[in-house]
Design a protein around this ligand. Structure first.
Ligand SMILES: [Zn+2]
Length: 145
């Protein structure tokens, strides 16, 4: 990451954090969730539309990452090479109409952990950046997307 990229990344994090006021909804999106999110987006759900866009963007980033610098798992030290099976984690500001969110990925091993274990690890990852961050868990399976 160049100094300019680092500055842009930090500015993005600050903007998302300001919008969230410390409150995020954490979505763990496994490959099996994608058809339901796309269907929700096609039916005009703004939340599903946003999750779909952010998920697609995150997947493209994994596939575009240089082979010598693959994406990293949010939950463990493993890399997430292109072509592997992985899950997407989106941390969405808990606001009426969130404008942006933070995204990350889980390696194929971590993606198989149960939701409670993953929630715990995601909260820990967010707190590394924002010690005061609080999270609210909303699973697509439970209604919104
Ligand atoms: Zn992992």
């Amino acid at each position: 990451m160049t100094p300019d990229e680092r500055a842009a990344w930090e500015a993005g994090l600050r903007a998302v954090h300001a919008e969230a006021a410390g409150v995020f909804a954490v979505y763990i999106i496994r490959p099996s969730d994608i058809p339901r999110i796309r269907a929700g987006a096609a039916n005009g759900s703004p939340l599903a539309e946003g999750l779909n866009r952010a998920t697609s963007h995150t997947i493209v980033e994994v596939h575009r990452a240089p082979r010598q610098a693959p994406s990293l798992c949010l939950s463990c030290p493993a890399t997430v090479p292109r072509g592997s099976v992985f899950a997407v984690v989106l941390m969405v500001p808990d606001s009426e109409r969130p404008e942006q969110c933070m995204g990350g990925v889980l390696c194929s091993r971590c993606a198989t952990l149960d939701d409670d274990a993953l929630q715990e690890r995601c909260v820990a990852a967010v707190r590394e950046v924002f010690p005061d961050a609080r999270t609210i868990s909303i699973h697509p399976a439970e209604g919104h997307a």
